[in-house]
Design a protein around this ligand. Structure first.
Ligand code: SAM
Length: 294
């Protein structure tokens, strides 16, 4: 769909980085909860620099080709497209990941799952020479690649049923020298027949169909967001089959919605898990629940 671009009037068009940031911040004010941050992220990406460098370059004139792209990007943001899809990048953990509309934009909340998984893996590696880990529904590869970037002597397999998502995950992996993740296409445990792990992690879709927040997430793949009428279909499927793919003593960690911790604890109990616990994310929401196979 062609995007109508509302260019600043020539007589008022500013020229330097600081002026364009001020213009974009004002233009986004009615369309974003974070207009200044969005304006900065868009321009920093166009200039291939970070926030610190952007501020140091505040008096630099923007060349016209960049101005045209910046104005077009601001227009896309005004229509509601997330900054990550416009810039094709999202920071997660220590990584700068490629994203497109085939993958969920990795969220800071998911770093709670990464931190917990790292604790478990590092604890085990004090006594064991190796550790096997699976990430189900890897999307951009965020969780698997964050873990792989931190751990040595760990075999990591990551699955997704979306071939387009796996293409992005593989692209992200290729940009990380020394990081080794095996990506496999298929639904949850279906491509992992006969394999078992010390730790299984997943951030599956967990929003209920019809949830009122979905329109605000319309740019992200529906299949990465929703999971049945109560949002628990994927969490049910994964907990039901996880024990068969865990070593004795192995752990399962699941990200879920802020109001789903009780339901996920019951799913884990019913599947025979012990040592069930829930952790909160940085916002204080109950976000990740895990258990251990006896
Ligand atoms: C909430 S996104 C999480 C993506 C990524 N792990 C992250 O944390 O940013 C859920 C992912 O699960 C994948 N997915 C949905 N249903 C699936 C299924 N039946 N089997 C495997 N993957 C599935 C989606 O394609 C999507 O990439």
């Amino acid at each position: 769909m062609p995007v109508e671009i509302d260019f600043p009037a020539p007589e008022t068009a500013p020229g330097a980085v600081a002026d364009w940031l001020a213009w974009a911040t004002a233009a986004l004010d009615a369309h974003s909860d974070s207009p200044r941050a969005d304006a900065e992220r868009l321009l920093a990406r166009l200039l291939a620099c970070d926030y610190g460098a952007l501020i140091l370059r505040r008096d630099e004139a923007l060349e016209s080709a960049l101005v045209l792209r910046y104005v077009a990007w601001v227009e896309r943001r005004k229509l509601g497209e997330p900054v990550a899809y416009i810039t094709a990048r999202q920071g997660f953990w220590t990584l700068d990941l490629v994203v497109d509309s085939a993958v969920l934009i990795p969220r800071p909340d998911t770093e709670t799952l990464v931190e917990w998984a790292l604790e478990i893996a590092r604890g085990a590696l004090k006594n064991e020479a190796s550790f096997a880990l699976a990430d189900l529904g890897t999307g951009s590869g965020a969780i698997a690649l964050a873990l792989a970037s931190e751990l040595r002597n760990v075999s990591i397999v990551a699955t997704d049923y979306s071939p387009a998502a796996l293409d992005i995950a593989r692209e992200n992996a290729q940009a990380l020298p020394g990081v080794n993740v095996e990506f496999i296409e298929g639904s949850w445990f279906e491509p992992l027949a006969g394999r078992s792990f010390d730790l299984i992690v997943s951030n599956p879709p967990y929003i209920a169909e019809g949830d009122p927040h979905l329109p605000a997430l319309r740019y992200e793949p529906h299949s990465a967001l929703t999971s049945g009428p109560d949002g628990l279909a994927a969490l049910r499927a994964i907990t039901a089959d996880a024990v068969a793919h865990l070593q004795p003593g192995g752990r399962l960690l699941l990200e879920h919605g802020a109001d789903q911790a009780g339901a996920v604890q019951v799913l884990l109990q019913n599947a025979g898990f012990i040592d069930i616990a829930t952790r909160r994310d940085l916002g204080g929401n109950a976000r990740v629940t895990g258990g251990r196979r006896p």
